[in-house]
Design a protein around this ligand. Structure first.
Ligand code: DP6
Length: 420
């Protein structure tokens, strides 16, 4: 391989976002990103929420470079360096089918990379994008460099070095991140507990909140919680281990009541540890609290969980329900949180629109004629607050990371080696 050669070898991969139903919050090792407790997440359908990444290698490249959502960003962060180092160390000989180029394992250590990554959801929405992004980076890089896992979960342990929650985005369906015991983190890996076809009945809505203040990042927020919250240690030691077992059991049995009860309880407990941090961290705002109220009132009215909510390090709600209840939940959301004046329905409810059709809502006129749900009969409850939500994403559990074979999905021009 001479440095004057002009070949470019590349791969494009896609990885989904995930939402934790048992939260990861707090590290026992900052460098290796080892958590204080295990966590469980649901992988979101990559058609609705994912990162797509093209990685190119060429002897003509002079440095590793990264473009995120159209902007070049620095690769100086240790997290990128750690992921790249771990994959390069495991690289194998590769013969590229498209170009016929043969790259030897030792060449990968010298070859520089151009990495271009995009999310299919607006970054401004404040939906965690680091999980999908790092999972996609590690997965696509491993495919490019011919890396095979030596033990199950090895790639997830590398994605974990990019961002803890990223380790749960390689697999589809329901994924557990086992906290592990080893000091080197080799057993702090993600394992799939059920695939995406296991619980077809589950429907997910993401209520993206309009007004957002500057939020404390997960990384620094959890650092402060570990240092100052006595409650976090009780949670990690005495609460989560039992909940993990209960959640695994609820998923295995398609038991929505237990799934919903544990999901809400764990979200609330995570936010309680944020409040127990000194100084306290507030991720939920008034809109988040109204979304909690909507679900809690409905569940109380029916005498059993009809829906569940969970919130990460921000005010957006992720809501779960079952197929048979999905149009009822969407109607409730649209009744209480109609779009701001001038916003059209097609930009307010996005993603998998089957539920909107099921709910019989075709236009804003249909929205205006929605009857208030029974539990809102209480006159003291503020009924409708237009414009509080920016939009609602409808989705479902989905598959894990995969390779896009179609050359048309590449984000890098094979001639210039630069983003399109
Ligand atoms: C609230 O994975 O973003 O979303 O490991 O520091 O990159 P780092 O943090 P990150 O934290 C996610 C926290 C959470 C809960 C969760 O996803 O489990």
């Amino acid at each position: 391989m001479g440095s004057g050669e002009a070949w470019v070898v590349m791969r494009t991969g896609r990885a989904p976002s995930n939402i934790a139903v048992i939260k990861y919050w707090g590290k026992r090792d900052e460098k290796l990103i080892l958590p204080v407790n295990s966590s469980i997440s649901v992988t979101l359908n990559p058609d609705d929420l994912s990162a797509t990444t093209t990685i190119a290698a060429s002897p003509a490249f002079v440095a590793d470079r990264l473009w995120l959502n159209g902007k070049e960003v620095s690769m100086e962060s240790q997290r990128y360096k750690n992921c790249l180092r771990e994959i390069r160390e495991r690289a194998n000989d590769v013969v590229d089918e498209q170009t016929g180029v043969h790259i030897k394992r030792e060449d990968w250590l010298k070859l520089k990379l151009h990495i271009v990554s995009e999310n299919n959801f607006p970054t401004a929405a404040g939906l965690a994008s680091s999980a999908a992004g790092f999972a996609c980076l590690v997965y696509t890089l491993a495919q490019l460099m011919g890396v095979n896992e030596r033990y199950q979960g090895e790639l997830s342990a590398i994605a974990r070095l990019g961002s803890g929650s990223a380790c749960r985005s390689l697999d589809g369906g329901f994924v557990k991140w086992d906290m592990g015991q080893k000091e080197d983190g080799a057993d702090s890996i993600a394992v799939q507990i059920a695939n995406e076809t296991h619980w077809k009945d589950l429907v997910i809505f993401i209520a993206v909140v309009s007004s957002r203040q500057k939020e404390v990042s997960s990384t620094s927020g959890m650092q402060e919680t570990v240092q100052t919250s006595p409650f976090l240690h009780f949670r990690a030691k005495d609460v989560v281990p039992k909940r993990i077992k209960e959640m695994e059991d609820a998923v295995a049995r398609h038991d929505f009541s237990s799934f919903a009860r544990i999901t809400c309880a764990d979200s609330n407990q995570f936010h309680a540890t944020c409040l127990d941090t000194s100084p306290p961290i507030f991720y939920l705002n008034d809109t988040s609290k109204r979304l909690i109220g909507l679900v809690e009132r409905w569940n109380t009215q029916e005498g059993s969980p009809q829906a569940a909510y969970t919130f990460d390090a921000g005010p957006n709600a992720v809501l779960f329900t079952t197929e048979s209840n999905s149009s009822l939940l969407l109607q409730r959301l649209l009744f209480q949180f109609p779009p701001a004046p001038g916003v059209v329905l097609s930009s307010y409810v996005v993603g998998d629109l089957k539920t909107l059709e099921l709910a019989g809502i075709k236009s804003l006129k249909d929205l205006a004629s929605l009857e208030p749900p029974k539990e809102l009969a209480e006159p003291k409850i503020p009924l409708r607050t237009p414009g509080e939500l920016a939009y609602i994403i409808c989705t479902r559990p989905g598959r894990g990371a995969f390779l896009l074979k179609d050359l048309g999905s590449s984000l890098i021009d094979s001639t210039s080696g630069l983003p399109f």
